[in-house]
Write a protein that binds this ligand. Structure first.
Ligand code: DGL
Length: 275
């Protein structure tokens, strides 16, 4: 088997905030990024649809030689990962692996809270799936988790309104909703890979004693650990420090938007994953 890049997937741009952190922690590896911009957002779509789209994307990575794929999207991790791991990998190649962002985040978030009250903000899909509540309870049974769906936050980011005064209303509204559900919350998890681009405003409108956690670095550390624990998979990953970006949407849009998510200029290629 030829060593190949690690696949990083998101419905669109959000996963670039995760890739940025992964690349900082593991700069020696090659990465292939795929944003399914033509079909984004995923956050408002049904289980079946997110599963079907994510599975097609995973097959795309495998067709490009990747052995290891990270779903750097909470919605895809919540709605598709388990079925892909438990059902599809059997046919697609038992030696291949698909990892998500929920478990590594859930494993660590509980230890950050002193009150034992955590707030989770995500897309409607992630919140409705209940995945974070279930996973955090597994590692921290005594922790109380309240969630808030913020369906307008991804569009705010994607339309470049994340720094505009108009965004304030929607940021404040969801933070207030969450804290009304549980005033003892001292830790808020941004459970959507788009939300780091709203960090300045979220910080501005959240009481100072509350810690705000985005997941990129946690996911990166967890991937590093995974590769240390699985030398056979590590050997399947090529290491030339290369980066390639693909989008199912418009290349110019992807390069323009993607650059602010990734923090440096990117060059993208158009691809099709529809079958
Ligand atoms: N960035 C994705 C996530 O982490 C959501 C974006 C979308 O709705 O497509 O859930």
């Amino acid at each position: 088997m030829e060593p190949a890049p690690i696949g990083i997937f998101d419905s669109g741009y959000g996963g670039l905030t995760v890739l940025k952190e992964i690349k900082a922690v593991l700069p020696q590896y090659d990465y292939l990024y795929l944003g399914d911009n033509a079909r984004a957002p995923y956050g408002t779509r049904s289980f079946d649809t997110v599963y079907a789209y994510t599975l097609e994307s995973v097959k795309w990575f495998f067709n490009h030689g990747c052995q290891l794929v990270v779903l750097a999207c909470n919605t895809a991790s919540a709605k598709a990962l388990r079925s892909i791991q438990q059902k599809d990998l059997e046919q697609l190649g038992k030696e291949k692996r698909v990892l998500g962002v929920i478990r590594p985040t859930a494993e660590t978030i509980g230890a950050l809270s002193e009150t034992g009250h955590i707030g989770v903000m995500g897309t409607s899909g992630t919140v409705q799936s209940g995945s974070y509540v279930i996973e955090i309870k597994k590692y921290f049974p005594a922790v109380k988790v309240n969630q808030e769906a913020c369906p307008i936050w991804v569009p705010l980011v994607e339309t470049n309104e994340n720094k505009s005064p108009g965004a304030d209303y929607f940021i404040i509204q969801h933070i207030e909703n969450l804290l009304e559900k549980d005033p003892k919350i001292d830790t808020i998890l941004l459970a959507c890979t788009h939300y780091p681009l709203l960090m300045d405003k979220i910080r501005q409108f959240t009481p100072g004693h509350i810690r705000i956690v985005s997941q990129g670095n946690t996911v990166a550390q967890s991937l590093k650990n995974y590769l240390l624990r699985h030398p056979e998979m590590d050997g399947n990953c090529s290491k030339n420090g290369g980066l390639q970006f693909f989008t199912t949407g418009d290349v110019v849009d992807f390069e323009n938007h993607g650059t602010s998510f990734f923090g440096e200029q990117i060059k993208a290629q158009k691809t099709s994953i529809f079958q």
